[in-house]
Write a protein that binds this ligand. Structure first.
Ligand SMILES: CC(C)(COP(=O)(O)OP(=O)(O)OC[C@H]1O[C@@H](n2cnc3c(N)ncnc32)[C@H](O)[C@@H]1OP(=O)(O)O)[C@@H](O)C(=O)NCCC(=O)NCCS
Length: 156
């Protein structure tokens, strides 16, 4: 990539771009999620508006190419951070943008005194190895549990 690449704090005025990037990135492998851009923009906006949110965007030239976004939470042992979103526009993928976002985020979070970082990612595929390079490992003490809710009964 010849254009200048800059890592900056997320900008609430860029939620439409983040939504477009998020929907495009998660419609690809391994997720294949059918996101609507408008819903993805709401998803990002809600996260960004959390008082404890922290996020970075990557701008290539004058285009937003990707972003990392998450929130922190206080526990008895200190404040931890969850990476909720990491997405790079498919047309900019494979150029080290996620690596740049992760490097900067890890530096910032350490400086902020964050004691641990966690995230949820795909059980299969290469993402485990990507995060593994930063020191992330599968948790042994906890598991992610979930349930699906039945649709509300609208008969009455
Ligand atoms: C995950 C994602 C953010 C990576 O963005 P990216 O900018 O293309 O990644 P980078 O170019 O910085 O690559 C970093 C490393 O990831 C690995 N990697 C990236 N794309 C890969 C692919 N398609 N297959 C295998 N490994 C890959 C490589 O090891 C690469 O390291 P290298 O450059 O030293 O070889 C991007 O693919 C994406 O948006 N995916 C959809 C959303 C998603 O899955 N987000 C993470 C959810 S937990």
């Amino acid at each position: 990539m010849n254009k200048e690449l800059r890592i900056k704090a997320c900008d609430i005025n860029h939620v439409e771009e983040y939504g477009r990037i998020y929907a495009a990135a998660f419609s690809g492998e391994p997720w294949c999620d059918p996101w609507k851009e408008a819903d993805a923009a709401i998803h990002v906006k809600e996260l960004l508006q959390c008082p404890q949110s922290y996020g970075l965007e990557c701008v290539v030239g004058d285009e937003v190419a990707g972003f990392l976004l998450g929130t922190s939470m206080l526990f008895h042992y200190g404040r931890t951070f969850e990476i909720n979103d990491l997405a790079v526009d498919p047309k900019f993928q494979g150029h080290g943008i996620a690596r740049r976002l992760m490097d900067q985020a890890m530096t910032d979070l350490k400086r902020q005194g964050i004691v641990g970082v966690h995230l949820i990612t795909a059980a299969d595929g290469w993402l485990k190895d990507f995060y593994g390079r930063y020191g992330f490992a599968k948790e042994e003490r906890v598991i992610l549990m979930g349930m699906e809710m039945d649709a509300p009964n609208t008969d009455n």
